[in-house]
Write a protein that binds this ligand. Sequence first.
Ligand SMILES: [Zn+2]
Length: 49
Amino acid sequence: MAELARALDDLTCASCGTTDCLWIYPVRGVVECRECGTKAVVILDALDQ
Ligand SMILES: [Zn+2]
C-alpha cells in the first residue's frame, strides 16, 4: 500500500511557526513538518470529517 501524504493547508507548526509546512501521513497517523522535521501522532477520526 502506497503511503499518501497530504498537505495540511493553513496550519502552523507549533515548533517552528511555519505555515503550510505540515503534511499528514494517513497510514501512520503522523503529521510531519517539512521545515523542522517535527512529527506528531494525530487522531485520524478527527480529520475524517
Ligand atoms: Zn516545524
